[in-house]
Design a protein around this ligand. Structure first.
Ligand code: SAM
Ligand code: SF4
Length: 329
């Protein structure tokens, strides 16, 4: 098991498959992109599958989510999914993506064994999408979403980040649209994980504000207490249910006490938290011939060092060196 000194057990593994991306969301990447990892620094497909196998068979991981950067840019993605689906016990497999390219790959990913997809979409307005992501690809995201639905990868979750003065007026429209299409919508508070270090708490659209804006159009009732478990999203039934809307309030209502996550970066570093400043280098061990047992032990040791919380409210908080796109969101 991956158990930390606060008694939390890691069962949910986020695997970043690349730090590269075909969008440039303003809260995530500068226009010119970042200094990408060089190919030899990236884990190979075999190395990724080996680490996931160790996590699943020796460490109690039951859920694996592929992310990035943009995971659909990883050429071997379908093969990685298929090999993970063949593991025993079989983990649940999901993908967090900006949706570009899903129209081509959704069916292949389903056939390989992918269970679910989260698509990130912050606006319904194509021109604003271009401004927010610096790419004119709104149409591709919608096509990707339609393909996931057709492939039967339900429920499709949509992640949206609201930014003051840009799309913060869109919360009710996004929810109306999600209800019409059967998508499960979750809003995420913007976190200080941008490479530009431009995040300002006062500028962030908080969970309270998101709920207030939604309440102008919908009646929201908190979902039964106890249903949240370790899920980061708090959920509210919309107009009496059964559909709910989620809010991931990582900044104003952190869920660290029930966190069940561990993370693997595209270059083989284990991170116990998005906001961690320490990493454990599994790639070096892999490449120097370490046994599965040793790798599992290194992962357990890393987990014992997991901090109680993100430290965001601590006056001495420092952003991690890696931005979100290089950690794996
Ligand atoms: N490229 C994929 C995507 O956009 O879904 C996967 C990686 S992306 C880093 C994962 C999620 O993190 C997206 O939903 C994105 O909106 C979110 N994200 C990125 N930077 C963020 C930040 N500073 N605060 C909150 N969410 C952020
Ligand atoms: Fe790319 Fe996702 Fe970051 Fe947007 S949020 S730039 S899609 S990694």
């Amino acid at each position: 098991m991956l158990i930390d000194t606060y008694g939390r057990i890691g069962t949910d593994l986020r695997v970043s498959l690349t730090d590269r991306c075909n969008l440039r969301c303003t809260y995530c990447m500068p226009e010119e992109g970042l200094a990408w990892l060089a190919k030899p620094e990236l884990l190979t497909d075999d190395e990724i599958v080996r680490l996931i196998r160790i996590a699943v068979t020796d460490l109690g991981i039951t859920e694996v989510r592929f992310t990035g950067g943009e995971p659909l840019l990883r050429p071997g993605l379908v093969g990685i999914v298929a090999r993970c689906a063949a593991l025993t016990p079989r983990p649940k497999l999901s993908l967090t993506t900006n949706g570009i390219g899903l129209a081509r790959t959704a069916a292949a990913l389903r056939d390989a064994g992918l269970d679910r997809v989260n698509v990130s979409l912050d606006t319904l307005r194509p021109r604003l999408f271009k401004k927010l992501t610096r790419r004119d690809r709104h149409h591709d995201v919608l096509a990707g979403l339609a393909a996931v639905r057709e492939a039967g990868l339900a429920p499709v979750k949509i992640n949206a980040v609201l930014m003051r003065g840009l799309n913060d007026d869109e919360a009710p429209d996004l929810l109306t649209w999600a209800l019409e299409h059967g998508y499960h919508l979750r809003f995420i508070e913007q976190m200080p994980l941008d490479p530009q270090h431009g995040w300002q708490r006062e500028q962030m659209v908080s969970a309270a504000e998101i709920l207030e804006r939604l309440s102008a159009r919908f009646t929201l009732t908190p979902e039964e207490a106890g249903r949240r478990g370790s899920a980061p999203a708090e959920r509210w039934l919309v107009d009496g249910g059964p559909v709910a809307v989620g809010v991931i309030a990582s900044v104003t209502r952190p869920f660290c006490r029930t966190c069940d996550r561990t993370r693997l970066t595209a270059d083989g570093q284990v991170r116990t938290c998005l906001f961690a400043r320490e990493e454990t280098d599994l790639r070096a061990s892999l490449r120097s011939g370490a046994s599965d047992q040793l790798i599992a032990e290194l992962w357990r040791t890393a987990t014992r060092g997991k901090k109680a919380g993100s430290g965001l409210d601590d006056p001495s908080f420092l952003q991690p060196q890696r931005p979100m796109s290089a950690i794996g969101g």
